[in-house]
Design a protein around this ligand. Structure first.
Ligand SMILES: NC(=O)C1=CN([C@@H]2O[C@H](COP(=O)(O)OP(=O)(O)OC[C@H]3O[C@@H](n4cnc5c(N)ncnc54)[C@H](OP(=O)(O)O)[C@@H]3O)[C@@H](O)[C@H]2O)C=CC1
Ligand SMILES: O=C(O)C1=N[C@H](C(=O)O)C[C@H](O)C1
Length: 255
């Protein structure tokens, strides 16, 4: 049995993780961590340090907040706990730093998106990028999302930039473009414009639009329900025990 601690267990994603782990026959919720620590049928704590000193567990799953995740991971990794992280907002440098400070053998696994569909969307975008001089990312999320742009959008833009060798737009005319209002052309992530939409009605969607002379290519993914993330989270929990160091992206465990 894999013993799982869930940080952010009272939140939207954390509560779905508790249900998914509870329904799996090879793992169990060892404890939950969340600032208000509402009662559940497993031990609950308001802070990671309390959980680490009271409960033995194998894997920490973190779906908290960009402002909390670094400290949670630093504490767990120092004690050799494997970590499966969905919380967005950490930079690549911060991930490297956390991994470097981890106890020997611990695995830090971060996936900006745990759905197979979004992973494939990013892979398809990477494949298309060298063939299109233009690329823009539009992400759509529920209006309670705290961070913008989304972790998935940032990762997608980084992958596009890498695949096209960091060249920015090559479209004729772009160099004389004028921005009538600040933000109208989105945020630039490694030279790729990223646009964030927040509205009731969405869970999480993203469209990547590529353009070249006389044609566009749109690649879109929609999560309509948070159950879409759970197979990926469980795959991460099952996989980290056999790995060590920093791993970014669910594609490392798929297929
Ligand atoms: N990688 C992926 O596939 C996905 C990633 N996400 C990401 O996961 C994160 C959480 O999203 P979501 O569930 O919607 O957010 P919620 O706000 O619903 O849940 C976050 C929970 O974490 C709690 N929390 C805050 N600080 C801590 C802490 N130090 N330790 C433990 N718990 C803490 C919050 O408590 P309080 O409200 O009291 O502050 C809240 O209950 C976001 O960064 C989001 O972008 C979301 C979906 C998929
Ligand atoms: O906050 C969310 O909901 C989501 N966050 C992740 C992100 O920032 O990319 C993954 C998914 O988009 C849902």
């Amino acid at each position: 049995m894999i013993k799982v601690a869930v940080a952010g267990y009272a939140g939207r994603m954390g509560s779905a993780v508790v249900d998914a782990v509870g329904a799996a026959d090879d793992m169990v919720v060892a404890c939950g961590i969340d600032p208000n620590a509402p009662d559940r049928d497993f031990p609950v704590f308001a802070a990671i340090d309390d959980a680490l000193s009271a409960v033995d567990f194998d894997v920490l799953v973190d779906f908290t907040q960009p402002s909390s995740v670094y400290a949670n991971l630093a504490a767990a990794l120092a004690q050799g706990k494997d970590c499966v992280v969905g919380t967005t907002g950490l930079t690549n440098d911060q991930l490297e730093e956390l991994s470097a400070k981890a106890a020997a053998g611990a695995c830090l696994f971060y996936a900006p998106n745990f759905t197979t569909g979004a992973v494939l969307m990013m892979q398809f975008a990477k494949a298309a990028a060298p063939f299109f001089p233009e690329a823009e990312v539009i992400e759509f999320h529920h209006c309670n999302k705290k961070d913008a742009p989304s972790g998935t959008a940032v990762r997608t833009a980084q992958m596009i930039a890498e695949a096209r060798d960091r060249r920015t737009s090559q479209a004729p005319g772009r160099e004389t473009e004028m921005e009538g209002m600040e933000g109208a052309r989105g945020a630039l992530v490694d030279g790729v414009p990223v646009h964030a939409v927040r509205s009731m009605g969405y869970v999480a969607s993203q469209e990547v639009v590529f353009g070249s002379m006389g044609q566009t290519l749109s690649i879109r993914h929609d999560s309509w329900d948070r159950t879409s993330y759970m197979p990926g989270v469980l795959l991460g929990i099952r996989s980290v025990g056999a790995r060590a160091g920093l791993i970014v992206g669910l594609e490392n465990f798929m297929g």
